[in-house]
Design a protein around this ligand. Structure first.
Ligand SMILES: CCCCCCC/C=C/C(=O)SCCNC(=O)CCNC(=O)[C@H](O)C(C)(C)COP(=O)(O)OP(=O)(O)OC[C@H]1O[C@@H](n2cnc3c(N)ncnc32)[C@H](O)[C@@H]1OP(=O)(O)O
Ligand SMILES: NC(=O)C1=CN([C@@H]2O[C@H](COP(=O)(O)OP(=O)(O)OC[C@H]3O[C@@H](n4cnc5c(N)ncnc54)[C@H](OP(=O)(O)O)[C@@H]3O)[C@@H](O)[C@H]2O)C=CC1
Length: 271
């Protein structure tokens, strides 16, 4: 009987790999057989993630490399190092992100730029560098961008991040179509709420957490490992005909009012 090919033996770069979702994603991809480079700005956190994966699965499965995704030269150096460590890079997960809740009318030009540079420009720099190498080498590869349903629904209180994610959604579809004929696939996952990293300021409060869970048709929060498995599918050859697609994993939350149900929970009411 045929089995799914998965990510066994693949070399994968996870940006923001020291963060809540990135670290869980790296660990799960390694459990599924991949070798992973976790990258971000903070060497210490990245080292801890690689060490934890090594302790669970053995040495040589996860490596820490520093990068600032806002800087193309830093991204190129990271790609060089990742190629040395992994032998070959087969997949890229654009997970790095930045966010702070703020009323739109109080957001400064530099505040808007600071998030756009990480999320939209950073995703582009990493994709252009890694996929550019695949295209020049005449080989394939898979990019998975980490979105959220508010990439198309919007999210009052975080206009900078929602705008950036909307841009990455358009990038996903555009590059998916532009490169599919040359074996480079670009897709995205759009996870809902996970009790990790960037949601601490909301989902960390037990009362808000209860409200969130009540609003999700599946009746529970998403586990980071579930996002990792959906990402693994899109990285795998099983998804070779999946192009420019967004796999939404939010227990049906986007089918309800989504984040609009929580406007009153944002720091400073957004009306
Ligand atoms: C409401 C629902 C939310 C659901 C979220 C669920 C999905 C999760 C999505 C995520 O993206 S999670 C990732 C979250 N993690 C992080 O953001 C960690 C990293 N964050 C950062 O590094 C910073 O927050 C940053 C601002 C994004 C980037 O830091 P950087 O060092 O580049 O900027 P600064 O020099 O500190 O500031 C630049 C600019 O921004 C203004 N600013 C910063 N914080 C705030 C704030 N809390 N409120 C208002 N403005 C802020 C800062 O003042 C600077 O502007 P100027 O003063 O120079 O005009
Ligand atoms: N948590 C959730 O519920 C959800 C999260 N998501 C998405 O998941 C992804 C991860 O979020 P989460 O784990 O919650 O957030 P975290 O804040 O835990 O992770 C964000 C990561 O991005 C890295 N990063 C930030 N700026 C840069 C930069 N300039 N260069 C390189 N790396 C950078 C950070 O590392 P460092 O600061 O060391 O560089 C950090 O590891 C994001 O794309 C987010 O939008 C989507 C839906 C829900």
């Amino acid at each position: 009987m045929a089995t799914l090919s998965g990510v066994d033996g693949k070399g994968i770069i996870v940006t923001g790999g020291g963060g809540g979702l990135g670290s869980a994603m790296a660990a799960e991809l390694c459990r599924l057989g991949a070798r992973v480079v976790v990258c971000g700005r903070t060497e210490e956190t990245l080292g801890q993630v690689a060490e934890a994966i090594g302790a669970e699965l053995g040495d040589g499965r996860a490596f820490a490399v520093t990068v600032d995704v806002r800087d193309p030269a830093s991204v190129a150096a990271m790609a060089d190092r990742a190629t040395e460590l992994l032998g070959a890079v087969d997949g890229l997960v654009n997970n790095a992100s930045g966010l702070f809740p703020v009323k739109a009318e109080e957001l400064t030009p530099n505040g808007f730029d600071s998030v756009i540079k990480i999320v939209l420009n950073g995703t582009w720099h990493c994709t252009a560098e890694v996929a550019g190498r695949w295209l020049r080498a005449g080989r394939g590869g898979a990019v998975v961008n980490v979105l959220t349903p508010y990439a198309w629904m919007g999210a009052p209180g975080i206009v900078h991040n929602a705008s950036a994610k909307g841009g990455v959604l358009a990038m996903t579809r555009t590059l998916g179509a532009e490169w599919a004929g040359r074996g480079v696939r670009v897709n995205a996952v759009a996870p809902g709420w996970m009790p990790v990293g960037g949601t601490d300021f909301l989902a960390g409060d037990p009362r808000v957490r209860r409200r969130l869970i009540e609003a999700i048709p599946a009746g529970r929060l998403l586990r980071a490992e579930e996002t990792a498995r959906a990402t693994a599918y899109l990285l795998s050859d099983d998804a070779s005909y999946v192009v420019g697609e967004v796999l939404t994993i939010d227990g049906g939350h986007h089918l309800s009012k989504g984040l609009y149900e929580f406007l009153d929970e944002l720091p400073g009411r957004v009306s």
